[in-house]
Design a protein around this ligand. Structure first.
Ligand code: PLP
Length: 440
């Protein structure tokens, strides 16, 4: 990669990529004219593809009217309409929508609403939010406190009120002779044990990604896990927060991933696919009783300046229109099944692929040193960085992580926009195959 010019911009590291020039459909072009297939929808964001004309037109129409009116001064029609639209697709009773501008803000909102609800009910001793390890819920301090990724939280340890964690249900790594569903129950019951160890009267909520994202690489629990988790939360009066920031908006082949298991959370965090890369947009959706209780008790002590601005909400509405018009939730299920089958096919050629997993178009594969034992590749190989770079050179964008400190090794998310066609899936596979051959 050529040396980038000096810049005033900085992100995580000195790594600089080529300059983005334009996008269309599943493709992005850099300023030198090179084309990349966006095989991870950025960071699992661009669900309806790039430069969707209907969304751009809706944004232009809204820009001509108004782009901002502070929510304490004005209501606005796009925000009202988007809240109604989101509520219509939520599980029964989850119909109070609080807008924010991204996933971390959505998670912060969920944690704070849960706390205020229990305070309003006279249960102020409840403040602990149990989460899973590994997990990712965002990079702001509150969201980081429930995030199970030690590398991300370690520098801030003195500033964080670290929350209790239970192991994520990484059943595919277990060699214990149990059935898949029995493992699901065993992992769910770790929540029960943790609640008892913490003191049930001190526990406020449990937060999880129903289908894992960056931290676990599209981890899906056995069916038994989800109903057991719900039952345990109910047994102890603990709120269930479902983080659908990555898995929502149809990516797994349902509007919310939790629908695959009939999961009825108390509060949901949404973002990514709702703004779909057109605008920063997120939302917390809460059970009506929870939201009303907090409002009646004096109000929700929380908010972000840009929340519910008309431009973001008009874009969000147009995104949902396009998801419906193009039948993208069904497409995610259909194309996801096809792509997953093709990824599984790679296991015959590449013995270092240990697992392929996920739902709909939230898919991942994991590299291992030994498929029998599922021992991860040595850390020093930096496989997660190397393979991404090789694929990038071949014109394919995929997303990778290595979960240090956990049992999961190098994993790679293959999550193209939900509009991906059959021939584009062929192209993903051809480029990925080439990259894996070079990696080997
Ligand atoms: N929650 C989940 C499940 C995520 O995947 C992410 C981002 O990847 C977040 C929260 C944080 O979202 P954001 O990066 O928009 O703050």
């Amino acid at each position: 990669m050529s040396n980038p010019p000096p810049s005033n911009l900085f992100y995580q590291t000195r790594l600089r990529r080529p300059v983005l020039a334009r996008g269309e459909g599943v493709y992005l072009w850099d300023s030198a004219g090179r084309r990349y297939l966006d095989g991870s929808s950025g960071a699992m964001v661009s669900n309806i593809g790039h430069s969707n004309p209907a969304v751009l037109a809706a944004m232009r129409r809204q820009m001509d009217l108004s782009t901002f009116g502070y929510r304490l001064h004005f209501e606005n029609e796009p925000a009202e309409a988007l809240a109604t639209r989101i509520a219509q697709r939520m599980p029964e009773g989850l119909d109070r929508v609080f807008f924010v501008s991204g996933g971390s803000e959505a998670v912060e909102s969920c944690l704070k609403l849960a706390r205020q609800y229990k305070l309003a009910r006279g249960e102020g001793q409840r403040w602990k939010v149990i989460s899973r390890f590994p997990s990712y819920h965002g990079s702001t301090l509150g969201a980081l406190a429930v995030t199970g990724m030690s590398l991300m939280s370690a520098p801030f340890a003195p500033m964080l009120r670290e929350m209790p964690k239970i192991p994520a249900p990484t059943c595919y790594l277990d060699r214990d002779g149990l059935s898949h569903e029995a493992r699901g129950l065993r992992y769910a019951r770790l929540l029960r044990e943790e609640i008892l160890a913490q003191g049930p009267e001190t526990v406020l909520a449990f937060i999880m990604e129903p289908v894992g994202g960056a931290s676990t690489g599209a981890l899906v629990a056995p069916d038994s896990y989800y109903s057991e988790i719900r039952a345990i939360c109910d047994e102890f009066g603990i709120l269930l927060i479902s983080d659908e920031v990555m898995s929502g908006a149809g990516r797994t082949g349902r509007y919310l991933a939790g629908e695959h298991w009939g999961l009825r959370p108390d509060i949901v965090a949404l973002s990514k696919g709702f703004g779909a890369g057109y605008v920063p947009l997120g939302a917390m959706v809460a059970d009506r009783l929870i939201a009303e209780t907090v409002i009646d008790a004096g109000g929700f002590v929380h908010g972000h300046t840009y929340a519910g601005n008309p431009l973001a909400c008009a874009a969000g509405l147009a995104v949902l229109d396009e998801i419906d018009r193009l039948d993208l939730i069904a497409a995610a299920a259909r194309q996801g099944a096809a792509l997953k089958g093709r990824l599984e096919g790679l296991m015959a050629c590449y013995p270092f692929i240990g697992d392929v997993r996920g739902k709909g178009l939230l898919l991942a594969f994991e590299l291992v040193a030994d498929r029998e034992t599922m021992e991860p590749l040595p850390t020093g190989l930096n496989a997660h960085l190397r393979l991404v770079d090789i694929a990038y050179e071949a014109g394919l964008i995929i997303y990778s992580r290595r979960t240090r400190g956990g049992r999961i090794g190098d994993h790679f998310l293959v999550c193209p926009p939900l509009i991906v066609s059959d021939s584009e899936i062929d192209e993903i596979m051809e480029k990925l195959d080439r990259a894996l051959a070079l990696f080997a």
